[in-house]
Design a protein around this ligand. Structure first.
Ligand code: ASP
Length: 324
C-alpha cells in the first residue's frame, strides 16, 4: 500500500514539475500576416475573415475536447482554411510569376519530432493532408513537385486541376505586382495559414500551409515546408507556425531558433517569440509567428500591421483578432 501511495505521489510531482495540468488543451491559429489597414478592409471583409477564424477554432476545440489528438486538430483546422478562398493556402492561394499556383505545407509532431512536408505541388487540394501522410507513411520528411503528386495519388488523394485554386483577387494581385515589378522591382504580398495545438495528453503539433509569395519564380520554395523555419514542434518547448517573407525565416532557422531560446535560455514562449521577431526586423524581414507551449501559454507575435489570428483554451478563454 505504501508503495502504491509513493508511486501516486511521484506521478503527481512529475506532472506538477513538468507544468502540465493533465487534460488541459489549447489551439492557436493564424491566417497570414502583412500590411492590413483597418480603413482599407471593409467591415464586411473583416467579418468574413473573423467568421472563418471562429469556425476553425470551434472545430479545433471540439476535436480536442472530445479527446482527439493535436495532429487531428491541426489537420482539421488547416483544411478549413485551405478550402476557404480568403486565405493564401489551397483554394485562393497566390499566383506564381507564370500564373500558376504552387503550394507548400508541413506538419510536425512534438512528441516524436517526426515531420512531413510537401513543396511546389500544383494538383493537391489539401496539402496539409499529404504532408501528414509523408510524415506517417514514408521514411522521408520533404517531397517536392511531381514526386509529391505521385505519392499523393498512390495514397488515394484525387488530383485537382490547377485552375481549382484560382481566384479573381489573387490574379489581380499578381497583375498589380507584375506591373509594379516592371516599374520598380517589388514583391510584398503575404498570407498563409497555420495552427498549433496542445491536446489533453500533453502533446503538441504544429502545421503550416501556403501558396507562398505572389510572383515567386523558378520553383521557389518558402519557409512553410521547411522544418525549423516555418514550422516546428517539440513537446519539451512548444509548437510554432510562421507567416511572412519566407526567405528571412529560412535564413534565421526561425521556429527552431525560438525553440532553442526556450530550451537553452529558459525564455518563456512569448519572450522567445518576441526576441525572434526582433531578429527578423533587424534583418529587414516582415511577418509573424504563433506559438503554444505545454502549459497552454499562447504567443502571437508579428512586426506587420496585422495578422489574422486567434486561440481558444479548454477553460473557455478565446480571442480572434486581425490588427495590431
Ligand atoms: N511564408 C510564406 C512564404 O514565404 C508566405 C507567407 O507567409 O505569407 O512562402
Amino acid at each position: 500500500m505504501k508503495r502504491i501511495m509513493l508511486c501516486f505521489v511521484i506521478c503527481l510531482l512529475v506532472i506538477a514539475v513538468r507544468g502540465q495540468s493533465a487534460g488541459n488543451y489549447a489551439i492557436v491559429i493564424h491566417g497570414g500576416a502583412g500590411v492590413m489597414d483597418q480603413k482599407s478592409m471593409t467591415p464586411n471583409m473583416q467579418a468574413e475573415y473573423l467568421a472563418v477564424l471562429n469556425r476553425v477554432l470551434q472545430v479545433g476545440d471540439s476535436v480536442l475536447a472530445n479527446g482527439g489528438t493535436c495532429l487531428d486538430a491541426v489537420e482539421k483546422a488547416i483544411i478549413i482554411m485551405e478550402d476557404s478562398p480568403l486565405f493564401n493556402a489551397g483554394k485562393g492561394a497566390v499566383f506564381t510569376h507564370d500564373g500558376l499556383v504552387e503550394l507548400d505545407a508541413s506538419v510536425m509532431d512534438g512528441k516524436t519530432l517526426k515531420a512531413g512536408a510537401i513543396a511546389a505541388v500544383r494538383d493537391i487540394k489539401n496539402p496539409i493532408r499529404v504532408a501528414r501522410a509523408v510524415m506517417e507513411k514514408t521514411e522521408h520528411v520533404l517531397l517536392n513537385g511531381a514526386g509529391a503528386s505521385q505519392f499523393a495519388k498512390e495514397q488515394g488523394f484525387n488530383p485537382v486541376d490547377n485552375s481549382y485554386f484560382y481566384t479573381e483577387k489573387r490574379r489581380k494581385q499578381l497583375d498589380e505586382l507584375l506591373k509594379k515589378e516592371r516599374e520598380a522591382g517589388v514583391n510584398d504580398k503575404h498570407g498563409t495559414v497555420g495552427c498549433v495545438a496542445l491536446d489533453k495528453y500533453g502533446n503538441i503539433a504544429a502545421g503550416t500551409s501556403t501558396g507562398g509569395m505572389t510572383n515567386k519564380k523558378y520553383g521557389r520554395i518558402g519557409d512553410s515546408p521547411i522544418i525549423g523555419a516555418g514550422t516546428y514542434a517539440n513537446n519539451e518547448t512548444g509548437g510554432f507556425s510562421c507567416t511572412g517573407h519566407g526567405e528571412y525565416y529560412i535564413r534565421l532557422g526561425f521556429s527552431r531558433d525560438i525553440s532553442a531560446l526556450m530550451e537553452y535560455k529558459n525564455l518563456p514562449i512569448q519572450e522567445a517569440c518576441r526576441a525572434e521577431v526582433e531578429k527578423l526586423s533587424q534583418l529587414g524581414g516582415t511577418g509573424g509567428v504563433i506559438g503554444l507551449d505545454r502549459k497552454g501559454n499562447i504567443a502571437m507575435e508579428f512586426n506587420t500591421s496585422g495578422m489574422f489570428r486567434g486561440y481558444i483554451k479548454s477553460d473557455g478563454e478565446k480571442k480572434v483578432m486581425i490588427f495590431k
